[in-house]
Design a protein around this ligand. Structure first.
Ligand code: F0G
Length: 365
């Protein structure tokens, strides 16, 4: 039986990695593309979700981290650093363990979901909490990496996007061609840029974010590229506003970002694909999260649900083409932030005697 070997081995010829380079991997990628009839029914389209919470540390960040960490492992640098709203730090901490590197994570104080914080801690990262937001953290680690012998593994590291572009390859490999529309949440704007690069390279074209000529060197796999639809939280929507947001705020802490680093790449992805970037409210995000759990069977974290909330909003406005083939990336696992998912819900299972009769009675069977 075929065992998925991790995205570097699966897509080696389309990645900037040499034959002798070390490969730091936890078997990331190869995530499920799941048909979502509940969303198809609501939108009049053919909708799938790309379940990135199925990656080893529970988010899409692992795709970028296997590439970035492999590249650091090939150098003399002994420590990696990142700013994070939680998932990048969880992923960096785990991959640093595999690479035998130290890991420092710089986080906005009090704004990291408990599961993500636990991951960074159990993997032995050094944590620093900043009295500020993600944008402050990113500024600090960029300056740190310029002056000190630490490697930056945020998505401003070009190898991160190289790894993340493979998710677009997987979608095309699963569907036989690119979808009509690809929807995903936008925070620091690396992922939308990476997907756009991946779709283009598979169609034989490059983008500004491409780092080599794989697209023109290798045969095209896809005949076309999709429209890229980005979705931001309304309190952290610099693309919708057209300018950075100084005090970003949203329940979806993963995308609580006001000044995205990959601004230019993401704007190009939107414009060159004929796509859009919209905003949705926190209430819409939480509704979409609940709908994904209750009707699709996929438990995602709030930021991930932004993609689905954006699609449903467009459908309500009559802006989803009938029958279009649409993929929504759901970026992170719901287990990372159970507190937000449960909200005010206090479901206490009824305690019963350890007998069949008591169970039957309690379940009203
Ligand atoms: N969804 C989740 C679950 C995320 O963790 C992030 C970003 C995004 C969406 C947005 O992706 O930044 O590429 O536009 N999380 C980063 C972090 C910022 O530190 O974990 P993006």
């Amino acid at each position: 039986a075929h065992q998925w070997r991790g995205l570097i081995e699966e897509y080696r010829e389309r990645l900037p990695i040499g034959d002798g380079d070390p490969v730091v991997t936890l078997g990331e990628g190869g995530t499920p593309l799941v048909a979502a009839p509940a969303l198809s029914g609501r939108t009049g389209a053919e909708v799938y979700v790309k379940v990135e919470g199925a990656n080893p540390t529970g988010s899409f960040k692992d795709r970028g981290m296997t590439m970035a960490m492999s590249k650091v492992a090939a150098t003399d640098t002994k420590m990696v650093v990142c700013a994070s709203t939680g998932n990048t730090s969880a992923s960096a901490a785990a991959y640093a363990v595999r690479a035998g590197l130290g890991c420092a994570v710089v986080l906005p104080a009090g704004k990291i979901a408990a599961g993500k914080l636990a991951q960074a801690i159990v993997h032995g990262a050094t944590l620093v909490a900043v009295d500020g937001n993600f944008d402050d953290c990113l500024r600090i680690v960029r300056e740190l990496a310029e002056t000190y012998p630490v490697a930056l593994v945020n998505s401003v590291n070009p190898y991160r996007l190289q790894g993340q572009k493979t998710a677009a390859f997987e979608v095309v490999d699963a569907l036989g061609d690119a979808p009509d529309i690809h929807v995903l949440p936008v925070g620091n704007a690396g992922n939308i840029s990476a997907y756009w690069m991946g779709y283009n390279e598979y169609a034989g074209r490059t983008t500004a974010a491409s780092v080599d000529d794989v697209a023109t060197r290798l045969p095209a796999v896809a005949t076309r590229t999709p429209q890229m639809w980005g979705v931001q939280a309304e309190g952290a929507a610099p693309f919708v506003k057209g300018a950075p947001v100084e005090h970003p705020e949203t329940v979806a802490t993963a995308i609580r970002i006001g000044n995205p680093a990959s601004w230019a790449y993401a704007a190009a992805a939107r414009d060159d694909s004929g796509g859009r970037i919209d905003a949705v409210s926190d209430a819409q995000i939480l509704d979409a999260q609940a709908l994904l759990a209750a009707e699709v069977g996929v438990f995602v974290e709030p930021a991930s649900a932004a993609s689905v909330a954006g699609l449903l909003q467009a459908a309500e406005l009559g802006q989803v083409p009938a029958g279009a083939r649409i993929v929504c990336t759901v970026t992170g696992n719901g287990l990372k932030d159970t507190a937000t998912a449960l909200g005010e819900t206090r479901v206490e299972p009824r305690v019963i005697a350890p007998t069949l009769e008591a169970a039957v009675a309690a379940l009203a069977l």
